[in-house]
Design a protein around this ligand. Structure first.
Ligand code: SAM
Length: 235
């Protein structure tokens, strides 16, 4: 990637304004606000859209996907309740911004993306930005990552209609999963806690909008077919 990453006074000013907006919304801890103050969101957008980077809105990125709204990232991160050293799986790498926020908080991030183009572009950007410790994976998030499981936390950053059983299996006892869940465009922000003996508890934390959690990858047509994913019903 030949693009120069420049963090100007103007970018810093806009970033601090976003942090103030998030603080005023009282969505997340001081540590998470500090992560927002340090992770340069304009690096995740094309230079032409740098001014949009610090507005509290979702924004289009490559492959018809979106970088999530900062308020949503703040809320999901808060609900995830991470502590340093935890292993976290993110489904939906997208731009890589959420992964960087988590990495800044000192967790080991594994992040999966189903769009090959985004996977390649974001993997490159994260290295260039100085986050080589984030492990990017290309694949179908419904399958999680058996190789690196179990995870202390799982965060889904696309809109699901069901709770994938395979991801629950990869959640460690005592673990937390945050998943935007429901039929239709407006999802519920759901927190699932797995007890030490595997009992699942669900709480709901408002509503949100996300691009869909699709099955399969876009690079392997045969996996895009009608493969069924088992799911858990917590209604
Ligand atoms: N977390 C991202 C960020 O910080 O920019 C935003 C993610 S974007 C809202 C949702 C992403 O989920 C898209 O990049 C989409 O390709 C991805 N996605 C959808 N279904 C998926 C699946 N089965 N496995 C992996 N990624 C998936």
């Amino acid at each position: 990637m030949s693009r120069k990453l420049i963090d100007s006074h103007r970018h810093r000013g806009l970033r601090m304004h976003l942090v103030k907006t998030l603080r005023d919304k009282n969505l997340c801890s001081r540590e998470i606000l500090e992560a927002f103050a340090n992770v340069k969101r304009h690096y995740f957008l094309d230079d032409a859209f740098a001014d949009w980077a610090y507005k509290d809105t979702a924004f289009p990125i490559d492959a018809d996907q979106t970088i999530s709204q900062p308020s949503t990232v703040a809320l999901q991160t808060e609900l995830l309740n991470v502590t340093r050293g935890m292993k976290v799986l993110e489904v939906g790498t997208g731009s890589g911004f959420q992964a960087c926020i988590l990495s800044y908080l000192g967790v080991k991030v594994y992040t999966i993306e189903r769009q090959r183009r985004l996977f390649e572009k974001t993997s490159e950007l994260l290295i260039e930005m100085g986050y080589p410790q984030i492990r990017t994976l290309y694949g179908d998030g419904y399958a999680g990552s058996p190789r690196f499981a179990p995870f202390d936390r799982i965060i889904i950053t696309c809109g699901a209609t069901t709770i994938p059983e395979e991801l629950i299996n990869q959640l460690a006892p005592g673990g937390i999963m945050i998943i935007p869940l429901g039929e239709g465009d407006v999802k519920k922000m759901v927190k699932i806690t797995k007890g030490m003996k595997g009992k699942l508890t669900k709480t709901v934390h408002g509503t949100c909008r996300f691009v869909p959690f699709l099955s399969g990858t876009n690079g392997h047509k045969q996996q895009q077919s009608s493969k069924r994913n088992n799911y858990i019903n917590l209604d």
